[in-house]
Design a protein around this ligand. Structure first.
Ligand SMILES: [Zn+2]
Length: 61
């Protein structure tokens, strides 16, 4: 029996675009994970008036 482990497409760290690690997925490091967290916490106090949707184009192959 052959154990075939499918290769997952790893998404890059949304903060710095580096390769994400399993430990801090989907980020590359704790620093970026914290940064993302701060981003959300910060938004609590300063809500940006943006009319954009979180829709972006992510299918750029
Ligand atoms: Zn990062």
């Amino acid at each position: 029996m052959a154990e075939v482990i499918p290769l997952r497409k790893r998404k890059p760290c949304p903060i710095c675009k580096r390769v994400s690690t399993q430990e801090f997925h989907p980020f590359c490091s704790k620093r970026c994970a914290d940064e993302d967290l701060n981003h959300w916490l910060g938004g609590k106090y300063a809500i940006p008036v943006a009319e954009t949707d979180e829709d972006g184009s992510d299918s750029a192959t």
